[in-house]
Design a protein around this ligand. Structure first.
Ligand code: NDP
Ligand code: MG
Length: 394
């Protein structure tokens, strides 16, 4: 039985994790559930799963939730703030943290969870992009497991089972191509927030959906794969595969290519992570090769002249250090501004490029520690926000 702390339980991955738990309550114990501000959803989750603790980062909403639960006679402890998330992540009674917070905010609790010896089932890719050089060595030092949830990385991980790492030649990360696949730069200039939120194959939270439309999601995943599998970004290719049936492939040194396939659903990679090294039972509709929708699988190159953030991510991954941290922070600020209707679609890319260029000189010689990563994130956000204020249409 796994004893889970699910951070970000009110989001898309958090809810699907609880679906896996709901399907096999005898295999899991929910020790902690946390969110940023959606106390209503958290309330229902607490009523259903009765964790020891829960946390709402927003203090006012946490206080309201606390009195609501007391009135119901429910003794789940309600925490708040960043500290509350850390407490939830490091509970003695939990053995596995599910990292389903979106963005850099997920790094701090993951860091503390690894320090306190928890296995990490990780969806929150920004944690590895911004702090992979801190987290991965710590994972090895503490002898805990890193269980990838991101579907591409779950696929690569499954393909690598039983293989020697030295025999791995290349990784081919697949991507649906997002809603703007095949578009020109001119067309991209005028796409709207609503267009960008229409993902062709996956139903996900707002931030990752926008990242998929700019293709930054694939950029982040290249760096995530580099940290998870110890492979240079130059040995990772992006393959556009609009049907999202092959979740990624690996090429071994003898030329064999291994792929993992399935319908586009995050339930399966969540199960793979939480049952590792065993297997759970099938929850999602099974894969049927004779289904007409699955019978025509196609592959294209990624157009990095149009989706320039992919090229920037390769460059950031090559350079390492705090460059990916800065790139990630600028992207988070820009995506938030785009979702708020403050900047245009291509302003996301401009903001990220300009921030990375500006911060370059400052971060060059900084030693990599959890504090310097935090600082680089704060500084990059501040600079990106200034740029956004300059571009802002409201
Ligand atoms: P959502 O936006 O749906 O959910 C985010 C969760 O994080 C919510 O519970 C939210 O709380 C919480 N949260 C947001 N900000 C903070 C904060 N500052 N402190 C604490 N908690 C916070 O995101 P997704 O579930 O889509 O994505 C989560 C992560 O998983 C991302 O890193 C994403 O890239 C990754 N991922 C997601 C996939 C998907 O299919 N959705 C696929 C692969 C990876 P509240 O509800 O209160 O705002
Ligand atoms: Mg993914």
């Amino acid at each position: 039985m796994r004893r889970l702390s699910i951070l970000g339980s009110t989001g898309s991955i958090g809810k699907q994790t609880l679906e896996v738990v709901r399907n096999a309550p005898e295999d899991f114990m929910v020790e902690a559930l946390t969110c940023n501000s959606d106390a209503d959803t958290l309330y229902s989750q607490v009523i259903e799963f009765r964790p020891k603790v829960c946390c709402v980062v927003d203090e006012k909403k946490a206080a309201e939730l606390s009195s609501r639960l007391k009135n119901e006679g429910i003794d789940t402890e309600v925490l708040s703030g960043r500290e509350g998330n850390i407490t939830a992540a490091t509970l003695d009674s939990c053995d596995t943290l599910v990292g389903a917070i979106v963005g850099f905010a997920g790094l701090e609790p993951v860091y503390h969870a690894v320090l306190s010896g928890k296995d990490i089932a990780l969806a929150n890719k920004e944690t590895l992009v911004a702090g992979g050089d801190i987290i991965m060595p710590l994972i090895r030092e503490k002898g805990v497991k890193m269980l990838p949830i991101d579907s591409e990385h779950s696929a690569i991980w499954q393909c690598l089972k039983g293989e020697k790492r030295d025999d791995l030649d290349r990784i081919m990360i697949t991507a649906s191509g997002g809603p703007f696949r095949g578009m020109t730069r001119d067309k991209l200039e005028n796409v709207t927030r609503e267009n960008a939120l229409q993902h062709p194959t996956w139903n996900m939270g707002g931030k990752i959906t926008i990242d998929s439309s700019t293709m930054m999601n694939k950029g982040l995943e290249i760096i995530e794969a580099h940290h998870l599998f110890g492979i240079s970004v130059d040995n990772i290719d992006v393959v556009i595969h609009p049907q999202s049936v092959i979740h990624s492939m690996i090429k071994m040194k003898d030329g064999s290519v291994l792929a993992q396939m399935g319908r586009p659903s995050m339930i399966l990679p969540i199960e793979v992570a939480l049952y590792y090294p065993e297997r759970g039972t099938a929850i999602v509709e099974e894969f049927d090769p004779f289904d007409a929708a699955l019978s025509n699988l196609t592959f294209e190159r990624c157009d990095t002249d149009v989706f320039r953030l992919v090229g920037l991510a390769y460059e950031a991954g090559r350079r390492g250090g705090l460059v990916p941290t800065v790139m990630n922070a600028a992207n988070e600020s820009a995506v938030r501004a785009f979702l708020a209707g403050r900047i245009g679609f291509l302003d996301i890319e401009r903001t990220v490029f300009e921030t990375v260029e500006k911060m370059d000189a400052v971060i060059g010689n900084t030693e990599l520690t959890i504090d310097s990563v935090e600082q680089a994130d704060t500084d990059a956000r501040a600079y990106a926000d200034e740029l956004i204020d300059g571009k802002s249409c409201s």
